[in-house]
Design a protein around this ligand. Structure first.
Ligand SMILES: Cc1ncc(C[n+]2csc(CCOP(=O)(O)OP(=O)(O)O)c2C)c(N)n1
Ligand SMILES: [Mg+2]
Length: 570
């Protein structure tokens, strides 16, 4: 076999089923090898950024490795924003990019992007866990397997290999080294015991579950631990729904667009012990590093990456390790200390259940802000209607912009692994392409993307990719003919910001765009609301569908905390 065929076999060995990308001269050898594979289906996208987002969406939803590829030069550089999103949210994605033959390095070949030209492998080092260029076909298996191991293990993330075309053609022999992936389930027993003791004695503790709980697939352990400790749970915005939001111990989302009850419970009242699991205390979770988030006695922080522990708030106890494993071990230690079995739970007085119940009654989200124009859909109502009209197992994606804020504030997510945003890097257009990869990972679940019109205009041609492969994603476009977050953000500053780079633009007809791309397009507004019948029809017909929803552009989104942070820190 040649090196390209070896790479495809190695992909097959780790169970890869899809590769997202766009072909080009420098990556034709990989293309030929893929043609011979009956296990891997290539998905050719309309832009490489879409390919990287789809690989990310596939990995984010399935927990498995996502794979994308591009040709040399601009093909490779178009992957950058996608891989940067994966890096910021620790998503395991492997990217392969083409490369001109090593024999012409430095001579000015078209799209040359090796160490003598625009150094793609070097550029990618800055936003991946590992980026390398194949230097010898005899080291190909080592480098590919190393890349896979790094992507999936420890704090997962994207990796990249640049593949010079001459090396792809060399004859190689596959070595007998299976790709072993050691699970990251380490923990420190003494620290676990110490944490259990503190948590049992805590008077008014709170658990904050972050994105690390999602990455470690820790929803079950989280719920068990919360119930055993009788401890209220808030999530970061990105981890929304990892703890069922209707659970009597749920406080909802803390931070950006989060619930007002969470803020009252955690920020405005005393918390003596804070257990932070898989959260880095970033800007969006902490409302700009609010000092009042500090607990009065103990901050216990669990993270797979030691770099995060104590980074933004001083900890009294830092536990390295995978969130799922450490929570499980704390659960055992609590049981042993209380001398109870799995069914036992830690009594607390006053009962957090009662306090949360009363707060929930007080903070019932009143039926969203005023409607200025009756024909325009209030976006808060839109996200609620959408959720109520979709099956319970629907997976939702939310894109950057006000859309995301409305969704965080008004949706109630009770099923873990059902609500996704790329909030780390915060790229507009992510939720246009990523859901296509996600749908391939979970073909039996409905996948719905909530996208602002500005974001849709960035990557909307990927609807044609979904049409091409009959991947029935539903995009709900929040059509306000503007970059709404910019518009409202400017207005909400103490000193309103003028419109030098205007936030509004001519309204676009997304029904026509959808139809032009081969998808189904449906227009809705406030007088034709989303209904269960409509959504059922869309899911039954099973075509990629764009809902072009005219929303009230003056409805003020819940983005005030972000504006305060920008005002104070930037
Ligand atoms: C790639 C990229 N460019 C610019 C931004 C800055 N930005 C954040 S939200 C936003 C406006 C989003 O507009 P739209 O998608 O229409 O959503 P809306 O806020 O109107 O709901 C902009 C420009 C960004 N996050 N990502
Ligand atoms: Mg908009």
């Amino acid at each position: 076999m040649n090196t390209a065929e070896l790479i495809v076999e190695l992909l097959e060995d780790v169970g890869v089923r899809y590769i997202f990308g766009i072909p080009g001269g420098a990556i034709e050898d990989l293309n030929i090898a893929l043609h011979q594979s009956d296990k891997i289906m290539p998905v050719v996208t309309k832009h490489e950024e879409g390919a990287a987002f789809m690989a990310d969406g596939y990995a984010r939803v399935s927990g498995r490795l996502g794979v994308c590829c591009a040709t040399a030069g601009p093909g490779a550089s178009n992957l950058i924003t996608g891989l940067a999103c994966s890096q910021a949210d620790s998503i395991p994605v492997c990217a392969f990019t083409g490369q001109v033959a090593t024999s012409v390095f430095g001579k000015g070949a078209l799209q040359e992007s090796g160490s003598e030209g625009i150094n793609i492998a070097g550029i990618f080092c800055k936003f991946t866990k590992y980026s390398g260029m194949l230097i010898n076909e005899k080291r190909a298996q080592y480098m590919v397997q190393k890349a896979f191991r790094l992507a999936i293990s420890g704090r997962s993330g994207p990796v990249h290999l640049s593949l010079p075309s001459d090396l792809m053609k060399k004859t190689v022999t596959k070595g007998g080294h299976p790709n072993r992936q050691p699970p990251a389930c380490f923990f420190d027993r003494d620290e676990v015991k110490a944490a259990a003791k503190i948590l049992i004695r805590a008077r008014r503790p709170v658990l904050i579950a972050g994105w690390g709980v999602v990455l470690s697939r820790g929803a079950d352990e989280l719920q068990k631990l919360a119930e055993r400790l009788n401890i209220p749970v808030a999530t970061s915005p990105k981890a929304k729904g990892i703890f069922p939001e209707s659970h009597p111990l749920s406080l909802g989302v803390l931070g950006f667009a989060g619930s007002t009850l969470t803020k009252e419970y955690i920020i405005e009242q005393e918390v003596d012990v804070l257990l932070a699991v898989g959260t880095s205390f970033n800007e969006m979770m902490t409302d700009g590093w609010n000092e009042q988030l500090r607990p009065s006695h103990h901050l216990i922080q669990i993270d797979v990456d030691a770099e995060e522990i104590g980074k933004n708030y001083p900890v009294t106890l830092g536990l390295g390790g995978d969130a799922n494993t450490v929570m499980q071990e704390i659960g055992y230690a609590v049981n042993r200390a209380l001398n109870v079995d799995d069914a036992g739970s830690c009594m607390r007085n006053p009962s957090p259940f009662l306090e949360i119940r009363d707060l929930k009654a007080k903070h019932i989200v009143s039926s969203v802000s005023e409607v200025t124009d009756t024909n325009r859909y209030n976006p808060g109502k839109l996200v609620r209607d959408l959720q109520q009209s979709c099956p319970a197992d629907t997976i939702f994606f939310a894109d950057m912009g006000n859309t995301m804020a409305w969704a965080i504030r008004h949706m109630v997510i009770d099923r873990p692994y059902s609500f996704f945003m790329a909030l780390g890097f915060g790229a507009m257009g992510y939720a246009v392409a990523a859901p296509v990869g996600a749908k391939l990972a979970v073909p039996d679940r409905p996948v719905v993307a909530m996208v602002g019109d500005g974001s849709f205009l960035m990557n909307g041609f990927e609807v044609a990719t979904a049409v091409n492969y009959k991947i029935p994603v539903v995009w709900v476009v929040f059509n306000n003919a503007m970059l709404g977050m910019v518009y409202h953000g400017r207005k909400l500053f103490k000193q309103p910001i003028p419109e030098g780079l205007p936030s509004s633009f001519e309204r676009v007809d997304f029904v026509k765009i959808a139809e032009g791309l081969g998808a189904r397009g449906i227009r809705l507004d406030g007088s034709t609301p989303i209904s269960s019948n409509l959504m059922e029809d869309i899911f039954t017909v099973g075509r990629p569908t764009v809902l072009d929803v005219l929303i009230d552009e003056e409805a003020v989104p819940p983005i005030h905390s972000r504006i305060r942070t920008v005002d104070k820190h930037f």
